[in-house]
Design a binder for this molecule. Sequence first.
Ligand SMILES: [Zn+2]
Length: 485
Amino acid sequence: MAEKITSRSVDYSQWYLDIVLNAKLADYSPVKGCMVIRPRGYAIWERLRDELDRRFKATGHVNAYFPMLIPMSFLKKEAEHVEGFAPELAVVTHGGGEELDEPLVLRPTSETIIWDKYRDWIQSWRDLPLLINQWANVVRWEKRTRLFLRTAEFLWQEGHTAHETSKEAEEETLRMLEVYRSFAEEFLALPVVAGVKSDSEKFAGAVRTYTIEAMMQDRKALQAGTSHFLGQNFAKAFDVKFQSREGKLEHVWASSWGVSTRLVGALIMTHSDDKGLVLPPTLAPEEVVIVPIFKGDSKPAVLAYGERLATALKSLGLRVVFDSDESNSPGWKFAEWEMRGTPVRIELGPRDMEAGKVVLVRRDTGEKEIVAVEAAPARVRELLGLIQANLLERARAFRVENTKSIGTRDEMLAFFSKEGAGTADATGGFAEALWCGSAECEAGLKAETKATLRCMPMDRQEGISGTCALCGAPAKHRAIFSRSY
Ligand SMILES: [Zn+2]
């Protein structure tokens, strides 16, 4: 048998770790809180990264790379920024065997070092917009860590753009939020709610933070990406001015936006099951695995039958593995490929071969079907499309089922009353409620239930009337509250 995976209903956290470790996605590091990304985990990240990079370039962005060491004084230039990141900073005090004149920070994010350069690069409105993205690692000294979801060092991309006007910077912020939303849904099969963060939850140094929020199978929220409208905060802190079309000297307007390797954690938690990883076909290192079944004399013919099919599948551009390894039984291999999350498995043995057929098995539903071998490649391609769509719809239906409209404080407390260990026992989910806009009101709920304001959904702000579900004051927004990762 393949490695045992703890059931979600027994221990959701352990289930998650079992999948990460047994599917060989990541491993622990000698430094607490850091993560080794193993080849299979990295292959998923590469597919995700390449698609996102393509979408950034299609919207006019270019890549660059800035150093990971940032002078401590840079972070102090933007007051809110340094306050927000100070507790998580890793600081280098020595280099070349000597104490440094000024400590250097391992970047927690790169606004400061990038805006220091933008001061030199931007002189006139002709230099704008400046649309730069960086793929990099960042370090945030987190106390409680979990592979992929929260690690001291992680991989991400950070876009940093500069614009002539507030309107253009805000448009860019929203354009990138939409790039994230469509990428999450179309490519990751991850349904998300797009919305605005409250002031207490926004990025340190931003005027406004937009987010995409997903619901995991234990009904907790996971922030899957953020896009920030920075106003002129960093331009003022780093004295970045440009000559406007009217000939005036003005501060530049800015946005920044990022997603990270935590998306891999989101994928696992959204789609996987008690047999292991479930991957959307778009992200699977291999879309199809062929497992031949043979005994004695039938071996050469069955292998040739399987290899011909593998060639036909590859000729359609599909990513195929032909698993003819004889050291493990077919049953062991079935379980192993299920654990690894391969979307479609093809089984073929002597009797299938005689009948000119093969067996196709879907990873998402476990459904089996027998098809003629000539029809198999086209059917596999069709199944991959169906699996991609089903994963998105299944996750969306789960979120809808676990989103409740809440009218009063008592209802809210009841909704978050019990933090069950497993999915079957847990309460909570997304509580949609009217909110007054007060930070104290929001903090009160967090103290009592650990639920935070995830976002104010952008498509749900029309016709707000009534009172705050938490304090009874006049409502200003409709918000989603949830416990989160
Ligand atoms: Zn209130």
